[in-house]
Design a protein around this ligand. Structure first.
Ligand code: RIB
Length: 311
């Protein structure tokens, strides 16, 4: 399924500046509330997963775009400083960089996110065959155009690359050709419900919805279940992996850290069964700090956390 394993991860995805606003309670329509101090923090589902893959053992290239504005300069240089190859991340003139307004519930660490795509809407799959043959894993999400994802996934597949899609943010009208070009899908429960229109309130229901989703093409579904862990489902096998509970400060980028960790591990030739516990630990640790990219852990931190929590 994959090229000789070198840990090479190609990420096609979004790059956003997160405007993080701590609040006590979501405002009602027409209501004004006071918030805590706003912070500008690098984020974007694609960039977060790229940073996670880079900090967790992968060699990472990114296909994305930013605006030629102050956010764009900061976001791109931040990724370059992480050792991520950004030669395929143009700074586009006359368009804003992607921006996400994040309302962070200061007590629970839960968030509500509104994304303005900006330059992310202009991302195109590379035509350079070498970009795909270089990779062991292609990692994508849904904050870039669907056609871009389909084009990249097809080219990667032709090059024997394992294709992972985190279908976030989910929508219910995605074309079958996208799923048919992916090997592994990483929905959370809400995304699984959106993609299938099926109930997901119990493990048997999640299994049934996963099998329904699998009919559209992917052979592996890994459903992330928040603090309950993750459920790996294939045609003839399923396995529940528990997560270690943590006190959540901010859950932003927990899923992206999981995705990046999984991508880095699979790119190094590890199995899904061996990779999921590591990815869950990375996701849990990301919940313990404020912000998206600042909260992504390193390999040493993940291994120490796993060691401390051996049962
Ligand atoms: O998954 C978290 C990310 O979603 C944030 O960093 C925000 O930019 C949005 O893309």
């Amino acid at each position: 399924m994959s090229n000789p394993t070198h840990g090479n991860v190609l990420v096609v995805g979004s790059i956003n500046m997160d405007v993080v606003t701590p609040i006590k309670k979501l405002p009602l329509p027409g209501q004004t509330i006071m918030a805590g101090d706003v912070q500008l923090i690098p984020g974007g589902k694609g960039a977060n997963a790229a940073v996670a893959a880079a900090r967790l053992g992968g060699t990472v290239r990114m296909i994305g775009a930013v605006g030629d504005d102050a956010f764009g300069h900061t976001l791109k240089s931040n990724l370059v400083n992480e050792g991520i190859d950004c030669n395929q991340v143009p700074m586009i003139k006359a368009i804003s960089s992607g921006t996400a307004v994040i309302l962070l519930d200061a007590d629970s660490g839960q968030n509500s996110i509104m994304v303005s795509a900006g330059a992310n809407a202009k991302v195109k799959a590379s035509d350079d065959a070498d970009v795909y043959t270089w990779a062991n894993v292609l990692m994508m999400q849904l904050e870039t155009p669907v056609q871009t994802n389909i084009d990249a996934a097809r080219r990667a597949r032709e090059a024997g690359v394992t294709v992972i899609l985190d279908p976030a943010p989910a929508c219910d009208d995605l074309p079958d050709e996208l799923f048919a070009a992916c090997d592994v899908l990483l929905p959370n429960e809400t995304e699984l419900a959106t993609l299938t229109g099926m109930p997901i309130s119990s493990i048997p229901q999640i299994l049934a919805a996963s099998h329904k989703l699998m009919e559209r093409g992917s052979q592996h579904i890994i459903v992330t279940l928040g603090p309950r862990g993750a459920l790996w489902v294939t045609d003839n096998h399923n396995q529940l992996f528990p997560a270690t509970p943590v006190k959540a400060v901010d859950t932003t980028a927990a899923g992206d850290s999981f995705a990046g960790a999984l991508a880095a591990n699979l790119a190094q030739g590890k199995t899904i069964a061996d990779s999921v516990p590591f990815a869950l630990a990375a996701g849990s640790l990301a919940c313990t700090k404020l912000g998206a990219q600042p909260s992504v852990p390193t390999t040493d931190q993940v291994l120490a956390f796993m060691q401390q929590n051996v049962s």
